[in-house]
Design a protein around this ligand. Structure first.
Ligand SMILES: Cc1cc2nc3c(=O)[nH]c(=O)nc-3n(C[C@H](O)[C@H](O)[C@H](O)COP(=O)(O)O)c2cc1C
Length: 286
């Protein structure tokens, strides 16, 4: 993300989730430490994502981040990971529209004026039957916008029929009314994004894994560019990543992951990188 921000490939920061545990609230120093990495591009709007299920700590944490320059708070009601849902967080909360309302409302009331509150939802816990109820709950609570991943938590990352995907997102858009819904799931090209917007009426799209394999994806979508990343773009990105990579084993493994995501696990570039020592890797990508 930092390399992408430096290359101007993202229009805003959208952070990974930060857990608000129990009733404790992070102190000012901890908040500043969390925000420090985003100072590399302070001009980009920063949406900070929180995950939790306790209204008091969630709202106090949101207020704390809001007071330190965050432009928006996003509440994660979507993560299907068993570790997350076992503690009653993330997608587990999709079982109760009342709780979605309560948590969203508490955060809307707590953040300073001008800080947006958005939510990340999946289509449901184990069935998509509650899309309307859940969307209504967060809209009634005052959510400013919604990122909607079309799968249920139970579906994890399994394939879902294309017409069902459209049906679910279109339903979310319909119920949300004036609240913008950004469709999410399996967008890897401008064509995917365009088709999703045309078929569902969603306000825009959010991308996850597609961005990792093509860091130019967001810029491509914003400029309606249907071309895949060029070899020069890929190499420029990896050179920038290499400049910020240290020579520890962890650094090397991380860089190898980046080469794999950029070119694919079966590519000659990845095979070559995996077989190279650090000096050779550096020489190739500096
Ligand atoms: C390893 C991994 C970590 C993720 N972490 C987050 C997260 O912290 N917050 C979030 O809202 N979504 C997270 N997601 C979900 C993605 O944002 C996205 O909703 C999901 O992958 C579907 O979209 P995609 O097909 O474009 O990836 C994560 C997904 C993966 C695979």
């Amino acid at each position: 993300m930092h390399a992408a921000a430096r290359l101007d490939l993202i229009p805003l920061w959208f952070t990974p989730f930060f857990s608000t545990g129990g009733v404790s609230v992070p102190k000012r120093a901890a908040i500043l430490r969390k925000l420090a990495p985003y100072r590399v591009r302070p001009d980009l709007p920063l949406v900070f994502q929180l995950i939790g299920h306790e209204a008091r700590s969630l709202s106090a944490t949101a207020a704390g981040f809001g007071e330190h320059g965050v432009h928006g708070i996003n509440l994660n009601f979507a993560c299907p990971s068993k570790t997350v849902t076992a503690s009653g967080n993330g997608a587990y909360l999709l079982r109760s529209p009342e709780t979605l309302f309560e948590l969203t409302r508490a955060v809307v009331e707590a953040v300073p004026e001008g800080v947006s509150v958005s939510v990340k939802l999946r289509a449901g816990w184990d069935s998509p039957d509650r899309i309307a109820e859940n969307i209504r709950a967060v809209c009634d609570a005052g959510a400013d916008w919604i990122v909607f991943h079309y799968r249920t938590a139970a579906e994890a990352y399994c394939p879902v029929d294309a017409s069902e995907r459209v049906r679910r997102i279109a339903r979310a858009v319909e119920v949300a009314g004036h609240v913008p819904v950004f469709g999410n799931g399996d967008i890897v090209s401008y064509a995917d994004a365009d088709e999703l917007v045309q078929s569902t009426g969603c306000a825009g799209v959010a991308v996850g894994r597609g961005f990792l394999s093509d860091p130019w994806l967001v810029r491509r979508i914003l400029s309606c560019d249907a071309n895949p990343a060029s070899e020069a773009e890929k190499a420029a990105f990896l050179r920038l990543l290499m400049a910020g990579t240290d020579s520890t084993k962890r650094g090397r493994n991380w860089f190898l992951e980046c080469v794999k995501m950029t070119y694919g696990a079966e590519s000659a570039e990845f095979r070559d990188a995996r077989g190279s020592d650090w000096t050779a890797l550096r020489a190739r990508w500096s």
